[in-house]
Design a protein around this ligand. Structure first.
Ligand SMILES: [Zn+2]
Length: 184
């Protein structure tokens, strides 16, 4: 079965900002009622809050969420991931990089640049179509299947997040986001 993971990735938070911006994002989610803190062992986890329905697209989800009285809530916690991370959609079709300048799709897998980015935190990728050299995190991916960033909010086994919710979340963060979705 696997886990259906949707990660709202903050594309702009730097390595230094990630922890602070992660708290800021979590505080917003909590104050809006989308998540709630629940004591767990020595710490706290964040599960769906009283207004979780406002974050998701109920129409495309299954019948359970449309029953208002039902206590049913999305399955798993919302986690804040910080640090240099290649956020990956999971078992999707093979994805290709899209040049942010000319929108050409590059068939070659940029393995070397990804390795370099993982090791050093910086890597550039040449576009074979327009010859522009662009930092790896600025590239887009078919199916939004990747994001190279330092901060992400993982929603595990939630219904599809609503575009209005993710837009409001981006506004609260004051950063660009990308939603990376897939089975892991
Ligand atoms: Zn290009």
């Amino acid at each position: 079965m696997g886990t259906y993971r949707q990660t709202v990735v903050d594309l702009d938070a730097s390595a230094q900002e990630a922890v602070g911006w992660g708290s800021r994002g979590r505080d917003w989610l909590e104050s809006e009622g989308f998540i709630r803190p629940v004591p767990w062992r020595e710490g706290v986890v964040h599960l769906a809050g009283p207004r979780w329905r406002g974050a998701v697209d109920l129409v495309s989800w299954d019948w359970r969420a449309r029953i208002e009285e039902l206590e049913e809530e999305p399955g798993d916690e919302v986690r804040v991931v910080t640090g240099r991370t290649a956020f990956f959609a999971g078992q999707a079709d093979p994805s290709s990089a899209i040049c942010p300048h000319c929108r050409s799709v590059t068939a070659d897998w940029p393995g070397a640049a990804i390795d370099t980015w993982y090791t050093t935190g910086a890597a550039d990728l040449d576009c074979p179509a327009c010859a522009q050299r662009t930092p790896l995190p600025a590239w887009e991916w078919t199916g939004d299947s990747f994001a190279f960033a330092h901060l992400g909010f993982e929603f595990d086994d939630w219904p599809p997040l609503h575009p209005q919710f993710t837009a409001a979340f981006a506004q609260a963060l004051g950063h660009r986001i990308r939603v990376v979705t897939g089975k892991i």
